[in-house]
Design a protein around this ligand. Sequence first.
Ligand code: SAM
Length: 242
Amino acid sequence: MKNKLTLALDKEGFTLSDTQIDKFVIFSRLLKEWNKKMNLTAIEGDEEIIYKHFLDSLLCLKTGYFRPGQKVIDVGTGAGFPGIPLKILLDDQIELTLFDSLQKRINFLQLVVDELELANVHCVHGRAEDFGKITHYREQFDLVLARAVARLPILLELCLPFCKVGGFFLAMKGPEGSKELEESNYALQQLGGNLKKVDKFFLNDNKYERLIINVEKTGKTPDKFPRKAGIPQKRPLISLEK
Ligand code: SAM
């Protein structure tokens, strides 16, 4: 794992210390070990873990929005993606909240955070629809990240309430992101978001195409959002008007 990982990181333009590479190796061991006991990820082979989890997560850094001292939340982090790889690289430069609605995954993440000795990380169990209304979380984060949680119009309602005005939400998508973006004008307008840019990346000799949709929070999210748990998914903010 260590050799393959070092080569892949180098190929994709990331330079890491030995300690950081060791942390990725320990993380992949824990992922494989705990995946036998609970459903963490469908991705298990070394190459897939390296590209589809680790390097994919690190692509966020190429958007250019990360700054020292930022508060970052990873919504629907699952087994820790993109949050954990970013924290391994950025170390104490960011304060990170790993947020998920499944308690078992949060327990796993706390174990990973302890084993990797990652400081300034909060593992929080809850639903975005509930926590997006709590003062301590609402409009408190400089950067909000999410990968593989919901289609964009739904995801915007789950994520934008966490974002400070002037902050950014990065939605990590595959090529399907373009289509989802076409359906998202109404949600953006309702929630105080503005599309800033879409970054397209290719990983592993163009095997994987990835999109990161960069949304700036330009205005406060009205108090009525997010709606109650389950409603954003049942009635996404998609205008019926053409
Ligand atoms: N982001 C990870 C990744 O890319 O590997 C996990 C993706 S997994 C398909 C989606 C995760 O989002 C699950 O762990 C699920 O529990 C969480 N999730 C779904 N809806 C959520 C909600 N409303 N609030 C918080 N977490 C949610």
